[in-house]
Design a protein around this ligand. Structure first.
Ligand code: ZN
Length: 149
């Protein structure tokens, strides 16, 4: 691989492996008002994010699908981190998360999300880590309504 998987431990740390192996909030939510599907053709990651809003607050977040370890762990930690946060706060965290993935720092303020700091050395993996966030964003913007029928 051109993007150099020489030092795997740097990329796949313990927290990432834990979340990839047993992802949190990994479930459908047919009562969620919003959902969106995300696909990363570079890697084959394909996920669906479900989002239940109460006003501007993300009261419940969950996801399903098939992704690589980075994508699955990112979705898992994202749902944990953003649950019960305001949309504006979530957007702000995504901006900072994205900056960190571009190698621009800021991991000190990102709590658990900082486990992805090493991803910036693997450009092909950045899209895996951001896919859940982009998918969440598109659910908030376009708001594909979940059909309960
Ligand atoms: Zn991936």
């Amino acid at each position: 691989m051109i993007d150099g998987f020489g030092n795997l431990t740097e990329l796949y740390n313990e927290v990432i492996l834990d979340h990839a192996g047993s992802p949190r909030n990994f479930r459908e939510n047919l009562e969620a008002g919003r959902k969106a599907e995300g696909y990363n053709p570079l890697c084959g990651d394909q996920i669906t994010v479900y989002c239940l809003l109460e006003g501007e607050k993300l009261v419940d977040l969950s996801f399903t699908g098939k992704g690589c370890a980075i994508c699955t762990a990112s979705a898992s930690i994202m749902t944990q981190t953003l649950k019960s946060k305001q949309i504006a706060k979530a957007q702000n965290m995504f901006e900072r998360f994205h900056k960190m993935l571009l190698g621009e720092g800021g991991e000190d303020e990102l709590g658990k999300l900082s486990v992805f700091a090493g991803v910036h050395k693997y450009p092909a993996r950045v899209k895996c880590a951001t896919l859940p966030w982009h998918t969440l964003q598109s659910s908030l913007k376009e708001g594909d309504r979940v059909s309960t029928e």
